[in-house]
Design a protein around this ligand. Structure first.
Ligand code: ZN
Length: 145
């Protein structure tokens, strides 16, 4: 395992063991549920929008380490962001995970934990695990567009 892979693994395990922004937001938050039956991952995402921004986001996630870690990183990355900025981050991550985007994409410093998800591309069955929370966020954003 290369040093980069080792660091990526540590970041994923840190988010898996200490998931950020876990929990529930009471009404009137948008609530989106998602499942990945291939792996048994489940997410329930709560998003509060205010003045064109994601003012709060909470996630209840069950499943594998990749799903849990990706969801935790997602909440950190988009909390407080403008909806347009959050949508750009979603595009970036989806491109990175599916290999359809630019592989050499440089993530801004505040998003560098997300680099650790690059390794997931090597394990095609895990890509859906990593994408699940991001797709839920996209669905949440679509409700306010
Ligand atoms: Zn999974």
């Amino acid at each position: 395992m290369s040093l980069a892979d080792e660091l990526y693994r540590e970041t994923i395990l840190d988010h898996y063991h200490h998931p950020r922004n876990q929990g529930v937001i009471a009404d009137p938050a948008v609530k989106i549920e998602g499942v990945n039956p291939l792996c048994g991952d489940e997410v329930t995402l709560y998003v509060l929008f205010d003045d064109g921004k994601i003012s709060d986001v909470k996630l209840q996630a069950k499943g594998c380490s990749i799903n849990m870690a990706s969801g935790s990183m997602m909440t950190e990355a988009v909390k407080g962001q403008e909806i347009g900025e959050a949508t750009e981050v979603i595009d970036l991550i989806k491109g990175m995970l599916t290999g359809k985007g630019n592989d050499d994409v440089e993530l801004p410093e505040e998003l560098e934990d997300l680099e650790s998800l690059k390794g997931v591309k090597k394990y095609p069955v895990r890509i859906k695990c990593a994408l699940l929370p991001w797709n839920a966020l996209l669905e949440a954003i679509d409700t306010v567009k």
